[in-house]
Design a protein around this ligand. Structure first.
Ligand code: NAP
Length: 257
């Protein structure tokens, strides 16, 4: 059965490794193309947008796709909305990997905000040392607050955006260990962190280190992310694919999958 795996996450990489050796499925992995050198995966891989809902629906049809597994990032809401519409149009089953958000603990100081612009407001007007654990799209908002000193960590250098003048760029790819996060926060005298509630273990260490050092975290809320059939583990995702495959062999019985 032909499957489209929408990736860019740890879960998608784990699924890629599992599905590569599984001859029940012919899987294409799709990446947005946000990183210059993505970690190579053992699957046929395509990179870049499909051209909205219609482009994706046509791609699904042209490639004989029977199931889509959406394993995109919790903040990648547009691709998930497009995917749900395109799958409905094309009559393709949709499964979505759901990654729970981190939960606030009693010793955490989190300031919930709805956007990067609101995060800028929450950091305030007095100069501070700010750790921005954000992607290129959210960084641009901080150009309007040049009074702070920033530490930015990203996989590639941010391109084509204006950045605040006092900025130290650290190029690194997760996962990140707690010792390293503790050392970074202390060495840079960080007094506030701005990040997304990505969930999962790979980038949680900064939250734990912030708790220990009593550093507040400005947390940009998750967007509404449309989903199909929810799966919570790699095994559940593979079981769901097998269910679709079995139904697919008995035409007309896809409903409810
Ligand atoms: P998005 O806003 O959901 O998607 C924007 C467009 O990018 C989509 O409409 C689609 O273009 C294309 N796209 C996204 N994911 C794709 C995929 N897997 N395969 C093919 N095309 C894809 O997502 P975003 O702009 O990538 O990121 C939004 C937020 O998610 C940011 O906060 C970012 O930091 C975070 N994030 C994203 C990724 C990632 O791998 N994308 C990883 C980590 C974090 P078309 O409409 O042309 O099809």
């Amino acid at each position: 059965m032909h499957v489209l795996l929408l990736g860019g996450t740890t879960e998608a990489s784990l699924l890629a490794k599992r599905l590569a050796g599984d001859d029940r499925f012919a899987v294409t992995l799709s990446l947005a193309g946000r990183t210059q050198k993505p970690v190579a995966q053992p699957l046929d891989t395509r990179v870049g947008g499909f051209g909205g809902v219609q482009g994706l629906a046509e791609w699904l049809h042209a490639n004989g796709i029977r199931a889509v597994l959406d394993a995109t990032h919790p903040y990648a809401a547009r691709i998930s909305a497009n995917t749900r519409s395109a799958c409905a149009t094309a009559g393709v089953a949709l499964g979505s990997v759901v990654r729970p958000p981190w939960q606030r603990q009693s010793a955490d100081t989190w300031i919930d905000v709805g956007s990067a612009d609101e995060a800028v407001q929450a950091v305030g007007t007095s100069p501070r040392n700010v750790f921005l654990a954000l992607g290129r799209l959210e960084l641009a908002a901080f150009a309007s607050a040049p009074q702070h000193r920033y530490v930015v960590r990203s996989i590639d250098p941010p391109k084509d955006i204006s950045l605040p003048p006092e900025l130290r760029l650290i190029l690194a790819r997760g996962p990140f260990e707690i010792e390293r996060e503790r050392a970074l926060l202390a060495a840079e005298k960080i007094s506030v962190i701005v990040c997304k509630n990505s969930g999962g273990p790979a980038t949680y260490a900064k939250i734990a280190a912030a708790r220990e050092q009593r550093i507040p975290v400005v947390m940009i809320r998750r967007p509404e992310k449309p989903i199909g059939h929810p799966v919570h583990t790699i095994d559940q995702a593979i079981d769901w694919l097998e269910t679709v495959r079995a139904h697919d062999r008995a035409p007309g019985s896809l409903r409810g999958v």
